[in-house]
Design a protein around this ligand. Structure first.
Ligand SMILES: C[S@@+](CC[C@H](N)C(=O)[O-])C[C@H]1O[C@@H](n2cnc3c(N)ncnc32)[C@H](O)[C@@H]1O
Length: 223
């Protein structure tokens, strides 16, 4: 794993926020996912992309694809041979919009599943076993599916468990002002931050919608 220090990513993030890093900047630097738009603040996503590139994961899991706005970057910057398990309950928009991508999405393993069902965890386990993946390979997961506390805790536990070496990231950790049912993400994030055994860094800023929205939390695991 060749991640840089958290300070390095934090100062990159502060610099992006200071210069009001925009979606147009992100698209210019990292490409544009066709008609799709990532549901993230550009500076927050840009730093996560940087960590992703440094990590160079062998396996990626994204929960919550929506239009493919973030999945595009995981595909674009995936090292040769990396596989990406993409999980969502609803694929209609993504299947329409993936045609507007300017990259070949051949490394995606699409999983149409609800992560709150036990079989989803079993399915992922089966995929990993079938493909003879090594447990200690570098892995990256973005949890951005169901935003209620039960689902996020479930995703963190049942899918996060597949990462022993790499990154488990959560979106919307700042949700103080989002819908009430999102507040569980922040609660979980605070538990992780306060756990002395965990190594965490957060990228949070005020948005057009005011403070307490969005935010990306990253937990780094080192096998
Ligand atoms: C916020 S969107 C994802 C945005 C995307 N990561 C991006 O930034 O462009 C959330 C997605 O999670 C999916 N979702 C919600 N609950 C889910 C669940 N329990 N299992 C799988 N997918 C779920 C929804 O269908 C939706 O497409």
């Amino acid at each position: 794993m060749s991640l840089q220090s958290f300070d390095t990513y934090q100062s990159m993030f502060r610099e992006l926020v200071a210069r009001k890093y925009s979606r147009a900047d992100l698209y210019k630097e990292c490409g544009q996912p066709g008609k799709a738009h990532p549901e993230q603040l550009p500076a927050e996503l840009r730093v996560l992309i940087e960590m992703y590139k440094d990590l160079a994961p062998a396996l990626v899991i994204e929960v919550g694809i929506w239009s493919g706005g973030t999945l595009y970057y995981w595909c674009k910057y995936a090292p040769e041979g990396t596989e990406i398990i993409a999980i969502d309950t609803w694929w209609f928009r993504f299947l329409q919009w993936i045609r507007t991508w300017d990259i070949d999405p051949k490394n995606i393993l699409p999983l149409c599943a609800n992560t709150t069902n036990q079989p989803c965890k079993d399915l992922v386990k089966e995929i990993l076993a079938t493909r003879r993946r090594k447990d200690d390979e570098t892995r990256f997961i973005l949890i951005d599916g169901g935003h209620d506390e039960r689902t996020v805790r479930n995703d963190y536990r049942d899918l996060g468990c597949f990462v022993s070496n790499g990154i488990v990231s959560l979106h919307d950790i700042s949700a103080e002002r989002g819908p009430d049912h999102w507040h569980g993400i922040r609660k979980l994030w605070h538990e992780l931050v306060n756990d002395p055994d965990k190594s965490t860094v957060a990228f949070e800023q005020d948005s057009l919608h005011g403070p307490g929205m969005f935010g990306i939390g990253v937990e780094v695991r080192d096998a």
